[in-house]
Design a protein around this ligand. Structure first.
Ligand code: SAM
Length: 344
């Protein structure tokens, strides 16, 4: 269900001393912005099926000026952290132009990018010069053939892209791996070693049942199961207390003493309690919760002459719509419930 925006004001329901918060007192300081629902990879867990996803027309996608305007309002409300995502954000033309605009907005103190890294060899320096702070890279396998089968892309440019990001100072680099039983769950220790060798932090993510081309029932594996394995225990101190930061990840120290490994457990251990996020889809939908279907349409609001005050009121409405707990009960027929459409 999509809820259309109306300029109704809800300010009085927000306690003034709470800042920009939801009904449960969670401060909303983090906006994830998808700049495109197009991608140069074909990951089965992210899109409905190999080539079945039909991308939004360019006319429906927010212009950079529209994103800049939305972020300016969000920053006034108290948003300090932005993550640019997609689709693959680097397939959108002139991304450094947007980065430059966003990095100049007062109040934004953390500006990060999620990418598959294939185009970082080309853009890392330009992005850093434009004001990007750091990157997260998706890497689901170190095996060339498996990587190709899983993503439809090549591993070599990803590895080159990570090096380019390091060289450009886009650090600390975080690597993200979606765990899939029978596909890449045997690579956990190799991936930990790889991350350690290159000085990055790796986080393993439980597969979420989005609208995707992969059978979730067949391929889901919990972090708990991974942490029972001997090769993983040889590397990770599973007896140490789990470190919680201000993100969805929980961290355990490496046995080597050289850093941590992260675990993101949307299925086995909900992290909703500390959730500080809102999401902006590439076509202008403001979403308060990844799995909750309701979203407000900022694109239509702006294109029909809505004021900054209307944008502000839409943010406050979205905050009030944020559920206490996100529940994954997607309509399996809706292609709009894939990560590629919502933005990861
Ligand atoms: N193209 C960029 C990238 O590769 O990181 C950004 C978009 S991607 C959708 C963002 C994140 O969503 C990735 O870390 C990906 O692993 C994660 N993701 C997508 N579908 C998922 C699923 N079904 N379960 C868990 N994570 C998922």
């Amino acid at each position: 269900m999509t809820v259309e925006t109306s300029p109704v004001r809800f300010f009085e329901q927000i306690p003034s001393q709470a800042g920009f918060a939801d009904r449960f007192g969670r401060k909303l300081t983090y906006l994830r912005i998808s700049v495109t629902d197009r991608c140069n990879m074909r990951c089965d867990y992210c899109r409905p099926s190999a080539d079945a996803y039909k991308a939004e027309s360019h006319a429906n996608i927010l212009h950079y000026e529209e994103i800049e305007r939305i972020v300016s309002v969000a920053a006034e409300l108290g948003v300090t952290k932005l993550r640019i995502t997609g689709g693959e954000p680097l397939v959108r033309r002139d991304l450094p132009v947007l980065i430059e605009k966003l990095s100049a907005i007062s109040g934004i103190t953390d500006l990060a990018l999620s990418t598959n890294a294939t185009l970082l060899g080309k853009y890392a320096k330009e992005l850093a010069d434009a004001g990007l702070h750091r990157i997260n890279v998706s890497i689901d396998s170190l095996n060339t053939l498996r990587f190709r089968k899983l993503t439809g892309g090549e591993l070599a440019p990803v590895l080159a892209g990570i090096q380019a990001a390091k060289g450009a100072g886009l650090t600390p680099i975080k690597l993200n791996t979606v765990l899939m039983k029978g596909i890449n769950d045997g690579e956990v220790s190799d991936l930990i070693d790889f991350a350690s060798d290159i000085g990055a932090t790796i986080r393993f993510i439980e597969l979420m049942p989005m609208k995707q081309g992969l059978d979730w029932d067949k391929h889901y594996i919990s972090i708990d199961e991974i942490l029972q394995r001997d090769d993983v225990r040889a590397r990770v101190d599973v007896h140490a207390p789990l470190q919680t930061g201000n993100t969805a990840a929980r961290y355990l120290p490496l046995q080597s003493g050289k850093g941590d490994v992260g675990f993101i457990m949307p299925m086995s251990e909900r992290f909703c309690e500390g959730c500080n996020r809102l999401r902006l889809t590439a076509d202008g939908g403001l979403r308060s919760c990844l799995p909750a279907d309701d979203q407000l349409n900022l694109r239509d609001l702006m294109r029909s002459g809505g004021s900054d005050e209307d944008i502000r009121s839409t943010f406050l409405r979205s905050a009030l719509m944020k559920p206490e707990i996100g529940i994954y009960n997607f309509d399996a027929e809706s292609e709009k419930q894939s990560m590629i459409h919502i933005g990861g």
